[in-house]
Design a protein around this ligand. Structure first.
Ligand code: SAM
Length: 278
């Protein structure tokens, strides 16, 4: 067992079954599992006759998975290595699977998830076990203390819900933190129009860069400031009717979307002006 790879095995069979139930796996579907360990969730997925691709970094576990546990199962495929690298590569090569799940190591879990949410790939349903605080941030509503860039990033395209909280006794060894299972269900339509996506993500990152700073100062110090300059930042805030002295945590969905639309308009105006000057 390696601390470095966040190896806390889910030893509660009912919780493992709950995770697989939440995924609503159909026979023949492509399911990707991140961090299978020695395959306790994997085996439940294979029982559903899903095509399972497992991303595992630990060489010893990989040997168990491929030589002993599922080596002769044609529905099982192992991708050995760091999922931070192997997952984006496979997404580019094959497109998104129907389902993604993982009892993720806390240190890499949020990074993998953030990368996935910012990519153009949208698996219809995902279930992850993460540190409770991370799940609270993802599910947070505007105005609450947990409202963050992660809430916006996740809720743009997905309905997110806290499925269950798991106490540390359900793991071996028991982690020092409480875990939660989170369900992601793809929305019929994204909250963010495709043409505003890049602006929206850039704004969200800039605005939450330093929580104690005002929206104006965060924009000036971030990519948006570099893109449109001081006058541009003020124009965008005025056009979106956002008070420049507020902090990002005080803004709601409508204001983030208004800012994205205003930034897009400002950029379009600049492009028009440049074209006319030429
Ligand atoms: N799925 C098993 C379970 O629920 O009992 C194991 C979960 S354990 C919390 C996390 C697993 O992720 C371990 O098997 C660990 O080796 C693997 N892991 C850690 N970092 C990883 C990474 N960057 N890429 C792929 N797997 C990783």
């Amino acid at each position: 067992m390696s601390k470095k790879f966040g190896q806390n095995f889910l030893i509660s069979h009912p919780v493992r079954e709950r995770i697989v139930d939440l995924l609503e796996v159909q026979a023949g579907q492509q399911v990707w599992e991140i961090g299978p360990g020695i395959g306790s969730i994997t085996s439940l997925l294979l029982e559903k006759r899903a095509h399972v691709t497992a991303f595992e970094i630990d060489h010893g576990f990989c040997r168990i998975l491929s030589e002993q546990a599922f080596g002769d199962d044609p529905l099982f495929r192992l991708v050995e290595g760091d999922a931070l690298k192997t997952l984006p590569t496979l997404l580019q090569r094959e497109g998104e699977p129907s389902r993604i799940c993982g009892n993720l190591p806390y240190n890499v879990g949020s990074v993998i998830l953030a990368k996935l949410l910012e990519s153009s790939f949208r698996p219809p349903r995902m279930v992850f076990t993460l540190q409770k605080e991370v799940v609270d941030r993802i599910c947070a509503q505007p105005g609450s203390k947990d409202w963050s860039s992660f809430s916006l990033l996740a809720q743009a395209d997905y309905e997110v819900s806290l499925a269950t909280t798991i106490n540390s006794g359900a793991f071996y060894p028991p982690p020092k933190v409480t875990s939660s299972v989170i369900l992601f269900t793809l929305r019929g339509e994204s909250k963010v129009a495709p043409s505003l996506r890049t602006y929206f993500f850039t704004l969200v990152r800039d605005l939450f860069a330093q929580r104690r700073k005002t929206v104006k100062n965060n924009l000036l110090g971030g990519k948006v400031g570099a893109m449109v300059g001081r006058d541009g930042v003020q124009w965008v805030l005025d056009d979106a009717h956002v008070d420049s002295s507020l902090r990002a945590e005080a803004l709601d969905w409508e204001q983030f979307l208004a800012l994205s639309a205003s930034l897009s308009s400002y950029r379009a105006r600049c492009t028009d002006d440049t074209a006319q000057t030429k």
